[in-house]
Design a protein around this ligand. Sequence first.
Ligand SMILES: Nc1ncnc2c1ncn2[C@@H]1O[C@H](COP(=O)(O)OP(=O)(O)OP(=O)(O)O)[C@@H](O)[C@H]1O
Ligand SMILES: [Mg+2]
Length: 289
Amino acid sequence: MRSVAVTNAKGGVGKSTTAINLAAALVEFDRRVLLVDADPSGNAALGYFPRGAPPVGLADAMLEGSGLADVAVATEYPGLDVVPPGDRLGNCSDQMGGVQGLGQGREFRIRRLLKGLTGYDVVIFDTSPVLTPLNVAILYAVSEILIPIDPCVAALAGVRALEDLVRTVSEFRLEFTDAGPLAISGVLITRVDRTLVSKQIEAEVRNYFGPIVHDLVVPASVKFREAYARGVPLIHYDRLGAAASAYRAAASAFLEGRRSAQPAPVAAGDDDEGPGDLGEPDSRYREAS
Ligand SMILES: Nc1ncnc2c1ncn2[C@@H]1O[C@H](COP(=O)(O)OP(=O)(O)OP(=O)(O)O)[C@@H](O)[C@H]1O
Ligand SMILES: [Mg+2]
C-alpha cells in the first residue's frame, strides 16, 4: 500500500483539488483508494459530499483509537472511499502541541492508523496549508508527498520551510522508525494561465525542482468551481479537458513511480538563500534511480 500526502505550506494552491482528482484518476486505473481529509475545513471531503461531510472521521479515529476503515465512507465511485476530517479535528490538532514540542508518541499517531489499514492500494492525505503537528504526524506516516504549486508571485516562498521539514522528518524516520526516508514523488504545477508571470514562475519551479516536476500542468479553469459545487471530480466533469489529462498523467506517473526524490542536504553557506535566488539549475532534486 502506498501513501501520499498532498501538501504545501501555502494556502489555495490546489491541494484539495489535487487530492480529489488524483484519487478519482487512480480509481480509473483500477486502484482501490482511500482519500483522508486531514484539513479541518473539510474541502476534500466536500468535493465528494457537497451537501456536507459526515461529522465522524479522522478526529474520531485518532481520539477513540478506532481504525481508519471504521470511519471511511463509500463514495458513488466503486473503489474510492473518503475519511472526512470529523468535526473534532481542529481541537484534535491543537491538542497535539507545537510542531517543535511533539513527543509522547504523538507524531506516530497517523502512522499507527495507517499500519492497521488494509484493503487499499493507495491512501491519499489532503493536508491543511499550515505546518501543524497533525501535518508533521502525517509526514511521519506516509511514504511520499506530492506538492502542488500555483505559479503566482512568491509561489516558491513556502517551499523552503516545507523542504526543511521534509528533511528533518526524513532523518528522524531513518533513525527511529523502519519507515525509510520521505520521498517527494512529484511537483504538480496547477492553476496555470496565459500570463507572462505564470510562464516565468513555471520555468522557475522547473529549474528549481528539475525532473520531479510533472510535464503536464493543470490549467486554470472555471470548470473546477462548477465541478466542485456539484460534488463531481473535475476529471469526470470535463473528461476530455486539458486539466483532466494533466491529473490522469500525474496519476499514471505516480503509479509508475517515475518521479521521486529527496531534498538534497543543506550545503554549507546555503542557509540564507531566498526563494528568489534558487541556486544551480536542477541541482537540488534528482530522480530516484
Ligand atoms: N486549476 C484550477 N483552475 C481554477 N480553479 C482552481 C484550480 N484548482 C483549484 N481551483 C480552485 O481554487 C480554489 C482553491 O483550491 P483548493 O481548495 O484545491 O486549494 P488548497 O491548496 O487546498 O487550499 P487551502 O490551502 O485553503 O486548503 C478552489 O475554489 C478550487 O476550486
Ligand atoms: Mg485544501
